[in-house]
Each structure stands twice: as structure tokens, then as C-alpha cells.
Ligand binder design. Sequence first.
Ligand SMILES: Nc1ncnc2c1ncn2[C@@H]1O[C@H](COP(=O)(O)OP(=O)(O)OP(=O)(O)O)[C@@H](O)[C@H]1O
Ligand SMILES: [Mg+2]
Length: 234
Amino acid sequence: MNKFITVKNEVKTYGSGTNSVTANKDINFEINPGELTIILGASGAGKSTLLNVLGGMDSITTGSINVNGVELGNLDGKGLTTYRRKQVGFVFQFYNLIQNLTTVENVELASEIVDNPMDALEALKSVGLESRANNFPAQLSGGEQQRVAIARALAKNPDILLADEPTGALDYKTGKKILQLFQDFTRKYKKNVIIVTHNSLLKPMADHVIEMADGEIKSDTFNSNPVPVENLEW
Ligand SMILES: Nc1ncnc2c1ncn2[C@@H]1O[C@H](COP(=O)(O)OP(=O)(O)OP(=O)(O)O)[C@@H](O)[C@H]1O
Ligand SMILES: [Mg+2]
């Protein structure tokens, strides 16, 4: 089967000289089309770094990342911007909402830049926030802001959805709903979702689990029978 993502000998070093930190050390893995992948690891393991380079948010130091036939390293600034805009939906660890736009405007911002967006209100509805469409981020709780950020990523209807600790700020029930949305996104639309988390109890819901420690991959395993989120307890 053609791989959707191939990462080869990927290294990411921040800074230079004695102050440098190598956050990803010789990372290798492959991801199949339509896969729900979980990247697991302790704080500082290099998870966000990996997600950022997969999303074209940052460039790697050496190695290669191929997404859907495109070598990210061969893209110039404009090419990377187009890749980020058209193909990637990103849910950041810290919500990154625009404070002087309402929730629905934050979501519209994402849908306006792609060819086949989901309706912004529809996306807000899917995270249970349609009634807060005209509120500003500062008027919402942390968990609600995270759900707006998730709606914004879903509204782009991206080929690949990258989510960094998407349920960190959410209560159990809401977190479960959001994870359900992610699993549905892969099952219904055969799209790729990569979720970064500390929570190893989420592993059974994924098709593919990559565990990181100290900038390296410690294990790379597949679940032949992933558990539906509704049956998952953590
Ligand atoms: N912009 C940066 N400049 C310098 N060092 C960085 C930068 N971003 C991350 N690092 C370092 O790289 C390492 C990996 O960081 P990263 O954010 O990828 O970890 P993480 O696994 O996402 O952790 P957490 O679970 O706490 O979010 C850490 O040691 C961190 O201090
Ligand atoms: Mg992180």
C-alpha cells in the first residue's frame, strides 16, 4: 500500500553550539492513508516538535518528510504556506485563537482559505458550541476555546488533521466527544488524524501508536482492532 506519510532520518535541532537542543533524533516511521495515529510520550519527548514539522510549521534540520507524495523539504516558503493552508488542519497545544474575532469568525478564517470547507456554524455545532458563535474567545472557558480551535481545524476539511493535546483542557465527557469526532473524521472521510498525548489510556482507539522518549521513537505498533471511542474508558 502507498504510504501517506514517510519520515526518514528526521532530525530537528533548535539553536546552535552549546545551547542547541536536538528535540527529534533520527526519527523514522510510515503512516497509511486514513489512519488514526497517536503519538505518545512524556513532557519534553519531542512530540510537538514532530507535529510542527509534519504540519510544515517548522523545517527539519536533516532527513526527509514526504506527505502524500510531496517532499516537504523541497517546498519553498510559498509552497509550505500553501501546504499548511490547503492540506493541514492544526489544533495547537495552546489554542491560538484570534482574540478580536468572534468564535464563528475564527472558524470562518480557516474555511475561507480552502476549496471544500465545512460550513463554519456546522463545525461549531459538531463541537457543541453553535450557541456561542458570536462570543469572543475571552468570553469562553479554556475548554470551550479548545473546542473552537478544533472546530476551526475541522472546518478546513483537511487531508491531515494534527492535534496537540486536544483534550488537555477538557473534562472527561467533552474530551470523549472530541476524540469521537476525530475517530469519525478518519472513518467517514478516510482522512488522517494524528493526535499527540501524554495519556497512554487512549492507545486502544488508534490504528497506529508511536511512542517517543527523549527525542527518539521507542515503539511503533499497530492495532488491528481499534476500540471505538464510545467503548473507551480512561
Ligand atoms: N523553539 C524551541 N527552542 C529551543 N528548544 C525547544 C524549542 N521547542 C522545543 N524545544 C525543546 O525541545 C524538546 C522537545 O520539546 P517538545 O515541545 O517537542 O516536547 P513535547 O513532547 O511536546 O513536550 P510537552 O508534552 O511538554 O508538550 C524540549 O527539550 C524543549 O525544551
Ligand atoms: Mg508539546
